[in-house]
Design a protein around this ligand. Structure first.
Ligand SMILES: [Zn+2]
Length: 429
């Protein structure tokens, strides 16, 4: 008898605990977000006193619907799709009631359409909960990247491909191409030889991280990878370039993640190394990627920075990777760059000229926040600085190279966000 009572009590206690938990977690803010009249993925930030106190996303399976739980009170909500890159950020002042649910319906705006001029973006370093230091659910990682207005979604976990099948299946459900990768993380269990993203791997194919780089690169390619990317060079012990004078160094990679997360001294140093490769004629491709691990943290954001690739043909993983390998790409924290030379060459192309023959670099640049300036670089040196203003600008820079080399364009917005193209190569005969 006594036993039965205590059992009933325990059940009641557990039940009431569940009810309390459910109440504590029941959403009290529901936002339906659309773009051009269609439900769309979005990021929602809640601010109090100018500080971000929470971040959430629309659900990957219920497109355009976000359900959040906030403490009752007044907030500024920032809602965006591709904010800082292609979309405007919408601000709304709201008060979350002490009981009940606040429902909002919002229509977002896209300001720029890089797809219309052939450029498509991905974040080629993105972790999920399949990394021990990540918490973004594998399926929701698709919505998080779509909310950033990326055109292809990407997964790379530390020495793990466990997320591949759910990620690919979710991407397929959402109709977006998925690039499957692994962050080959060599310092886990063995001596550090750097970190590499190999992509796109055949689904579920794990690359061994306990072997020297040459073997890693070979195995990655056997398992489907077209691109081997050196991650975050110059980031202290995780820097593959530390191995440059070591017998285990192998130059058989394709891309260098010169920009990793928020721009810092490491990224500036990585640029210097890549520029010296380019000056030696080694045409590695510059990429920028977030290395984000956690969807609810704000020091890093999926899709910031990112790489835009100019496509020949339709949007497929293979076409995107082919464009990337050819260097037809720019990297950005916000501004967008459509760079051409003589009206027809784009980054990655080689222009053959006679000594002194003129060439004109022309660019259209766009930014969601006001532009500040553009710089033309030749062989790593700034040879022109051009003041810009407004959200769109056209740049024209004529020059007459006497010797072979490379040119690129770097653009800054007034808020400090930057973008940089891969080089246009000039061969003087
Ligand atoms: Zn890493």
């Amino acid at each position: 008898m006594k036993k039965e009572i205590s059992l009933a009590l325990t059940v009641a206690l557990i039940l009431s605990l569940f009810v309390a938990l459910a109440l504590a977690q029941a959403p009290n803010l529901e936002i339906a977000v659309s773009l051009a009249g269609r439900p769309t993925d979005a990021q929602i930030k809640a601010l109090q006193g100018g500080k971000v106190v929470a971040v959430g996303y629309t659900d990957v399976h219920q497109v355009g619907l976000a359900r959040l739980r906030l403490q009752p009170g007044a907030y500024t909500l920032l809602i965006d799709h591709g904010g800082d890159f292609t979309g405007a950020i919408l601000a709304r002042e709201v008060t979350i009631p002490a009981s009940g649910v606040l429902r909002l319906e919002l229509e977002l705006e896209r300001l720029f359409e890089p797809n219309a001029w052939g450029y498509y973006s991905a974040d080629t370093h993105a972790h999920t909960a399949m990394s021990p230091d990540g918490n973004t659910p594998v399926d929701q990682a698709v919505a998080v990247q779509l909310a950033a207005d990326l055109d292809l979604v990407f997964i790379s976990d530390h020495n793990s491909v466990k997320g591949h099948s759910l990620f690919a299946q979710t991407a397929q459900e959402r109709g977006v191409p998925a690039i499957l990768s692994e962050e080959i993380t060599t310092d886990w269990g063995v001596i550090n030889m750097g970190h590499f993203n190999a992509y796109s791997l055949s689904p579920g194919m794990l690359v061994n991280w306990r072997v020297p780089p040459a073997q890693i690169f070979r195995e990655a390619r056997q398992k489907g990878a077209k691109v081997v990317q050196v991650n975050h060079p110059k980031s202290g012990p995780y820097d593959y370039f530390n191995l440059m004078a070591d017998p285990r160094w192998d130059p058989g990679f394709d891309a260098v993640e010169v920009w990793n997360g928020e721009f810092s001294l490491e990224d500036e140093l990585a640029e210097q190394v890549l520029f010296s490769f380019w000056n030696e004629g080694k045409r590695y491709v510059a990429v920028g990627a977030s290395d984000d691990h956690m969807w609810d943290l704000l020091d890093v954001e999926y899709g910031r920075p990112r790489t835009y690739v100019h496509l020949e043909g339709e949007l497929t993983v293979d076409n995107w990777l082919e464009g990337l390998l050819a260097g037809r790409a720019f990297i950005t924290y916000g501004p967008l760059i459509d760079l051409r030379a003589n009206g027809r060459y784009i980054p990655g192309d080689t222009v053959a000229l006679r000594a002194g023959e003129p060439i004109t670099l022309e660019a259209k640049v766009y930014s969601v926040t006001p532009l500040a300036r553009a710089e033309v670089l030749r062989n790593g040196e700034v040879i022109a600085s051009i003041t810009l203003e407004g959200l769109e600008a056209t740049i024209s820079f004529p020059t007459s190279p006497e010797s072979s080399g490379w040119y690129l364009l770097r653009v800054f917005a007034q808020d400090g966000d930057r973008a940089m193209t891969n080089p246009i190569w000039v061969e003087v005969r």
